[in-house]
Design a protein around this ligand. Structure first.
Ligand SMILES: [Zn+2]
Length: 209
């Protein structure tokens, strides 16, 4: 069985993918992790990847697809949980050519909640320790617990940047749900605004795992 977990930033799909992999023994495939492993292996593909990553460029589709092909070939028996892939129509078409996707689990979170979850993240300007004003607040507002340095927001976590990525998700990634539905995958929609534990219960109940 192969499953795609799809959802916007801050939907918690990475956490759900990890837990689902632990529960089922399936392979959790996240591109970031797969890229690092490929670079570590020292393969030709890893060297190409390293050049892209070092130059700060977006890793081209054909390279991302090669990494995916390897994972698919190595995990035919075990099955894969895709997290953060595919992101585009081209990647979805590639995946459809090399394997069958049995289910797409869409973890749904409104834009408002996503913006609120991400824009409550702060980091220490000195030691880099992460905080969250809602779930992990510092003892004293705006100051690091460790060294008292001021907490700052990453540019990427500012509401405008988050909204831009959400727009990109709605335009490019969300339509992949109907693409895979058209290929016969089961579509499972989960309310991602619930607590993590309840989201996981809904996911496992729907997949019967
Ligand atoms: Zn600090």
């Amino acid at each position: 069985m192969n499953i795609i977990l799809i959802g916007p930033q801050a939907s918690g799909k990475g956490t759900q993918a990890e837990r689902l992999a632990a529960r089922t023994g399936m392979k959790h495939f996240s591109t970031g992790e797969a890229f690092r492993a490929e670079v570590m292996s020292g393969s030709e593909l890893g060297k190409r990847l390293k050049r892209c990553m070092d130059s700060g460029e977006l890793v081209p589709d054909n390279v991302v697809n090669e990494v995916t092909r390897k994972a698919v070939e190595q995990n035919r028996e075990r099955g894969l949980i895709f997290d953060g892939y595919p992101r585009t129509k081209e990647q979805a078409e590639f995946l459809d050519r090399i394997t069958r996707v049995d289910a797409v689990v869409a973890i749904e979170v409104s834009d408002e909640v996503a913006v609120q979850r991400i824009s409550s993240r702060y980091v220490c300007s000195k030691c880099g320790k992460g905080y969250n004003t809602v779930t992990l607040p510092p003892k004293q507002a705006g100051k690091c617990d460790e060294d008292g340095a001021s907490l700052v927001q990453r540019d990427d976590d500012k509401p405008e940047a988050v909204r831009k990525r959400l727009a990109d998700y709605h335009a490019k990634t969300a339509p992949l749900i109907s693409f895979f539905e058209g290929k016969g995958a089961r579509i499972i929609r989960i309310d991602g605004e619930q607590p993590i534990e309840e989201v996981f219960e809904d996911v496992t109940a729907a997949l019967r795992v």
